[in-house]
Design a protein around this ligand. Sequence first.
Ligand SMILES: Nc1ncnc2c1ncn2[C@@H]1O[C@H](COP(=O)(O)OP(=O)(O)OP(=O)(O)O)[C@@H](O)[C@H]1O
Length: 363
Amino acid sequence: MTTHTEVPPQRRGPSDDPDSTPVVSVRGLWKVFGPKADRVPHSEELRGLTRRELMDRTGCTAAVRDVHFDVAPGEVFVVMGLSGSGKSTLVRCLTRLIEPTAGEVVFEGEDISGADAARLRELRRRKFSMVFQHFGLLPHRRVVDNVAFGLEIRGMSRGDRLRRAQEVVELVGLAGYENAYPDQLSGGMQQRVGLARALAGDPDVLFFDEPFSALDPLIRRDMQSEVVRLHREVGKTMVFITHDLSEALKLGDRILIMRDGRTVQCGTGDALVGAPADDYVREFVKDVPRGDVLTLRWIMRPPQDGDALDGPELGPDVVVREATRAVLAADRPVKVVQDGELLGIVGDEEILAVVAGRDGDIR
Ligand SMILES: Nc1ncnc2c1ncn2[C@@H]1O[C@H](COP(=O)(O)OP(=O)(O)OP(=O)(O)O)[C@@H](O)[C@H]1O
């Protein structure tokens, strides 16, 4: 008899359609600050220097070095790195708030590297939204007018923009505060206004640059949950910058780890934890509770002769912590099944190895 164990609800993930056009596509992106910055990306010799060597030789800092990635529609893509690794510069290059030194940024199929000022203004008004650490609210305007501000700039009528602002104020949990002024709100609530303002114009992609860094830890956790909830509800594509690994793991469908301007690894949270690309990433993820992040996909094994194959079924994306009870309670191995196909099995051994921290790098 096959027992179906209920699979916990999954986050709304990126589009599964491999043919869908990425919302943002970055190719060979460089940003070099300093004299004659242009020559750095085009010189084999200079490209290979360390940050220190480059500074000594040329007086330049390469903040972003040859970065490539695609962000799929509906994906939450996190860029993570320590201070100075180049995250802010990278995200500012995506909207050309900072001019890249070399490489391509393609937005919904359009290479925006060559977009003129009018086109950029249009994109920033209608397609992109940014949420920064400093909320940048207008102190003499009420919450609802702050939220409606971008719509006003677009020329939307007063009635329409207040209606839309009211909708998003409610969406971010600020109903009742429409008429408050920013200084009457806590930091967390002000950041909710920032979120509402970013969502009001129904952008195609939201860019977050360390939006919660200045908030107290508890409020910060609340706001992270809020982003997860909003993403579930509105399914927007998001690019999120953070230096906090737990925030990255909580929010990101995929995470790009930066160090000294370069990509060290780009993958799902469970891939970073299960198969760190190098010692740097390994060190980063070593304190992550593995059972909270690793999925059954990472710990399953192929069935062998003699394994009973009539145990309960779970999906490959269920995290170990959520599967533990079902696996330990079953008297047969749990089958990891996707679309009717048996991918592998998981028994007490595999679960206990993770719980006891004996699993090491998995691949
Ligand atoms: N305008 C600038 N001129 C010269 N160097 C710069 C400039 N902006 C950034 N840098 C340098 O580029 C590197 C990357 O900076 P960036 O602010 O992008 O890093 P970050 O990862 O966002 O760090 P933080 O979290 O501290 O903001 C740093 O070495 C920084 O000193």
